[in-house]
Design a protein around this ligand. Sequence first.
Ligand code: ADP
Length: 643
Amino acid sequence: MAPQPKRHLLPTFFATVLVLVAAMVWMGVQLLRQDRALAGQRLREQCDDAADLAVASLQQQLSRTEERLTALSAALNSDLTVAAGAFANRLTAGSVLLVLGASGMDVYPERRLLFVPDAARPPSAVLALFAEADALEFRRETLRDAIAVLRPLTRHADRAVRAEAQLRLARCLWKSGDPDTSLAAYRDLAQFRSLPVLGIPAEIAAGEGRILIFEARSDRDSLQREGAALCEGLRSGKWPLSRRAYAFYRNEACGRAGTATPPDPPETVALAVAAEEAWANRGAGGGGRRIVWHENTPILLVWRTGVERTAVAALGRRHIEANWLNARLGVRIALSDPEGRIVAGAAAQATVPQTVRLAAATHLPWTLHASVPVGSGALPARNRLMLTALLTLVLLVLAGVYFIGRAAARELEVGKLQSDFVASISHEFRTPITALRQLSEMLVSGRARDDQERGEFYRAMAAESERLHRLVEGLLSFGRMEAGAIEFRMETLDAAELLATVVAEFRKSADARQYQIELDNGDTQRPRVRCDRAALTCVLWNLLENAVKYSPECRHVWVGLAREGCRAVIRIRDSGIGIPPAEQKQIFEKFVRGAGAKSRSIRGAGIGLAIAEQIVAAHHGAIAVESVPGEGSVFSVLLPAVE
Ligand code: ADP
């Protein structure tokens, strides 16, 4: 018999495993932490390296820009336009080159500023030429004379004079009631494009004049077209205007256009404001770098002053980001001003490792921040992998513990059943042995009164020996069954004949216990089965014995045989204690005894049905039970019938 597992070992085993798992988890967490710290350290180093590289690259870019500005500020006048154009070609939209000289400010590329700080004024000498015409137009209201004075001036050698004359001529023609000729004169005026007339570019003056005529004529379509064209020109920086003039004409013209005009992009406004700043500080010699803010838009001014002029690069955010921060460093770079406002790049999240290089240390106009983009790098992937491995390991250990625990619990259960079995079987043996001892003692001491009584003693001894024999046979069968060594001697038998023999034999012991065994061997059909006579007898005997044992009150057992299809079915029915449904499957397992059997102290070892089921299975048959607690049970042995 297998040694019984020690019950107290199980908790010890589970506790040990628990400690092991806890240690494993702890070590895993430590490992993860270390790994994270290591990866963080690596990222910080990466940021440091990237920050140094970015600083070096920015310093290089800035000094290259400054060198080129120095060259521009010192260039010959004849070379300036070409050199400035080449410089401007490299600028991204939102940036501009300004050349500030004695004559004013030149913008490269042209038209990039919405308004300029040095909107030109007509020279007073030019205005003096129109004193007479203006007097005729305004004071004496002799428009024809004024027109006569102005016409020759529209062919003057000086372009500025021609433009001024054209404006006045158009105005006088309109006032004299000749709008068509006036419109033609305004068209001619527009040919002078940006040339200032009365302080504003000729095209704007012409547009304004035409708008007045269209308004007076209530020509809404032409009015709207003219307004839209002017508005478009203004918003594209077509004309050099002061900030105030720009705002005035923009409102005027866009109002006439009659459609909602979107506000100017902050970047273009900021660029024009920065140009104003540069113009206002044009006296400052040498060179420098400065960030000019307009609302939330920064412009970096870098300038170099030469003998004749100052060259200023006004660089917007886009230019810096596209040309100076695009080095593939694997980190995110952001530039901020001393107040912490971001000038270029995107601010890093506070949680990610980042390196800061202060402006004071790098001599750059910005403080530089290098950070790792969120979710990048090998850190999360590695961590995930380690976590998965750790979890898998823990799960495997837990699954192992579960299965070992389940197997151990089963073993414990079987162990308990085995010890119950030993107790029951000892009791089983003791009863016939005690009876045999008493009977033999009585015979030896001559206590039998006569031959008849002696004969009864001998019969009782024979019955007890038979019982012992069956017990030993049952145990041997069980032992062979456990070892898988049962051998059957198969023969073809008449099932009815076999059943009748077993019942007749069983009746002998049943009669003594006052039990009636009723046999119904079926009618004409007598099924034949292939079986081992001794083994099948053992099965039927066990079932009959159980029917008797578990029917303490109703002392009647019914045995029947029938052919059902291709099977011979033997049924043994009793009206005993019955079997609860929950137990009906378990009772076929070895050592299992029903609760009713135990509570009523009915003797038994719990192996009879296990043996019976094994034997019937070996005969390609099956055993089934139908039972109602308190009403009785029917055990059916189904065997293949032989034709
Ligand atoms: P044993 O009878 O020695 O306990 P068995 O393997 O023959 O062992 O039966 C297992 C259990 O099945 C019994 O303990 C009993 O609870 C139940 N049992 C078997 N046959 C009957 C029956 N005819 N009526 C009620 N219970 C039965």
